[in-house]
Design a binder for this molecule. Structure first.
Ligand code: GDP
Length: 197
């Protein structure tokens, strides 16, 4: 898919105030600092559509962008930021739960994980929750350029093995790098294919 337009629509903390249009929607979510803003900028070919985080965990907002005037890209807040208080985590959980349970336009959630890291409990639990709530999701491995050609498949394989403890099969996944543009076409073509259906 070629991105001919990518525009910011609205930021808010209330799922009820998200755009009313019934356009298909794709959400991007992951731990703070996973590379979500960089990935969104890389996918859309816009340098600063999503704000890369100087202060991770600070923006707890749902950000809607309209792409090619026919689908929404949604930038959800990063989770798992250690310096956020317990009560702030609760608020976050409520708000994410509300988004995923009320947003009927949502077609797929992309859960971002840093390809260098061992599977993290918070990501596994989050994917478990998505599964239990029948929310379709894919995994996006980020920062692939940070691993050598030999190490990358080893890390992906380790992740797959861990996932297979909980899932019958490995969810659909993409390997990306915002520095090199790796995976851009794969992710965009995937969205295009679903949108055609
Ligand atoms: P966010 O908090 O998930 O939105 O993460 P950011 O996009 O702000 O990225 C966090 C840090 O990781 C920044 O210093 C980015 O420059 C860096 N980063 C993000 N993606 C990549 C990538 O694909 N490759 C490399 N080498 N660095 C990346």
């Amino acid at each position: 898919m070629k991105i001919s337009s990518a525009e910011f629509v609205i930021s808010n903390s209330d799922v009820g105030k998200c755009p009313k249009d019934k356009l298909p929607e794709y959400a991007f979510i992951g731990r703070s600092n996973v590379g979500k803003s960089s990935l969104i900028n890389m996918l859309t070919g816009r340098k600063s559509l999503a704000k890369t985080s100087g202060r991770p965990g600070k923006t707890q907002l749902i950000n809607h962008f309209i792409i090619n005037k026919n689908w929404f890209l949604v930038d959800l807040p990063g989770y798992g930021y250690a310096r956020v208080s317990k009560s702030a985590k609760k608020v976050f959980q409520k708000f994410i739960t509300a988004y995923f349970s009320k947003r009927t336009q949502l077609v797929n959630a992309f859960v971002l994980v840093d390809c260098r890291h061992e599977p993290q409990k918070i990501d596994l639990e989050f994917m478990q929750w998505l599964g239990e709530n029948q929310i379709p999701f894919s995994i996006i491995f980020t920062k692939a350029d940070k691993l050598s050609k030999n190490k990358l498949p080893v890390h992906i394989n380790n992740y797959t093995q861990e996932m297979l403890k909980y899932w019958e099969e490995m969810p659909n996944y993409f390997i990306t790098s915002s520095s090199s543009g790796l995976g851009k076409d794969d992710v965009l073509n995937y969205i295009e294919e679903i949108n055609k259906q």
